[in-house]
Design a protein around this ligand. Structure first.
Ligand code: PNS
Length: 160
């Protein structure tokens, strides 16, 4: 039986921390879909198309990963894709409370879907998309934190 997993998130933009989690997930599951949330209530730094493009380019080296977007409830999307697993990355204890609550809520809504946590590499434990945007915006260096394609997009967005 092939197991398909969904790795959902805002990915605004994708970071090396996300890529690390996606790479590990791809070794465990037969197919992984990195799915960008279309959040109508929140305008991101990048459009959904830009986020998907950055994710697609930076994950193209992994054969069993696809990139997609979704709106509405995550569990509806997981069911629609006929996937059985939701992947989330954990960086620090501070992530845990929110993640735990979300996993339990999703289980309440869809008991057949499993949330699978992957712990990040310590070198990415402090990396978040929001800190990447802020550091870049104020002229700090994001080398080693984001893939080159994201670095180029950040330059386009914040240096023009
Ligand atoms: O990268 P993020 O912003 O931490 O990802 C959060 C995400 C997209 C996984 C979460 O907000 C989500 O699943 N949103 C879809 C709406 C939904 O299903 N909400 C109920 C979750 S308890």
């Amino acid at each position: 039986m092939k197991i398909k997993a969904i790795y959902p998130g805002s990915f605004d933009p994708i970071t090396n921390g996300h890529i690390y989690i996606a790479e590990r997930a791809a070794k465990i599951f037969d197919e992984v879909i990195v799915s960008v949330l279309i959040n109508e209530r929140k305008n991101g730094a990048f459009t959904i198309e830009e986020r998907c493009e950055m994710a697609r380019k930076s994950l193209s080296h992994i054969k069993n990963i696809k990139v997609d977007s979704f709106n509405g409830l995550l569990i509806d999307y997981v069911r629609q894709k006929k996937a059985g697993v939701i992947i989330r990355g954990l960086r620090a204890m501070s992530d845990f409370e929110y993640e735990f609550q979300m996993a339990l809520m999703n289980r309440q809504l869809a008991p057949e879907i499993e949330t699978f946590f992957i712990v990040t590499d310590p070198k990415y434990s402090y990396v978040s998309s929001s800190s990447v945007r802020e550091i870049f915006h104020f002229g700090g260096t994001v080398n080693g934190i984001v893939p080159d394609i994201v670095f180029e997009k950040l330059k386009e967005r914040y240096q023009n």
